[in-house]
Write a protein that binds this ligand. Sequence first.
Ligand code: ADP
Ligand code: MG
Length: 254
Amino acid sequence: MTQLNQLQELMRTLRFVETSNHLTELIKQAEQNDHSYTRFLLDIMQYEQKRREEKQVEKRLKWATFPDYKTLEEFDIKEQQSLSKKQLNQLGDLTWIDQLYNLVLLGPPGVGKTHLAIGLGIKAIYEGYKVIFTSMGDLVHALKTEEITRKSKTSLKRMRDADLVIIDDLMFMAMDQQEANLFFHLINDLHDQTSIVLTSNKAPKEWGELLGDPAITTAILDRIVHRVEIIHLNGDSYRMKHRKNIFGQESVTN
Ligand code: ADP
Ligand code: MG
């Protein structure tokens, strides 16, 4: 076995897997640039660290199950008059996640609730947080099948282990008693250890009729509004304003 192979094998054993896969390039680079031993070792350590972080982000983005890749940078604040640049920056600095604040994003369809929620989630992942995105429909399904399917069990386990859980389109559907109960237990588990972002086209005072049971609704609301920032997004639907017309051009009406 050559020394190089021996080294690569050792590195894998010692869990320097990324460097081991890239070792020939790193050595070549050091030789070409006449790097000192110290510099060479530093490059190796930094390479391993950078690749581990990248892989962590990739994994977390996959686990988050975002329906789209929409960033905060793509969120045009000029299109959303009900949110100031300063507020957007405050949301984007993510300190509310450390403080275990919840966010409720309210507004009619098409105003950017889901986009904003995904954008915040993606930023959070890049900053090292664990994030899970779910629609209310998928969440209820997972809760009802948690004991039956492995997939539901895994996704709920990840959710309970996350720093931020985004629940999109709350109350898009009415829930029966059993569903409302399961939902309450999840919120209770998450409460005090996870930030929750909820999007909804109904104001919290209307949630009662959709959740059915007033006692459960109160219990859920108590936990969510304990530390909460409620953001009303208004204005015309971005989707409608920027819809493509039949000639394939964007029709920006205003
Ligand atoms: P909602 O969840 O409120 O129904 P979405 O977030 O799905 O709305 O937004 C609808 C579409 O409009 C998406 O493609 C989204 O990216 C886009 N959109 C909405 N608001 C903005 C905005 N302020 N800047 C950029 N794109 C926006
Ligand atoms: Mg939406």
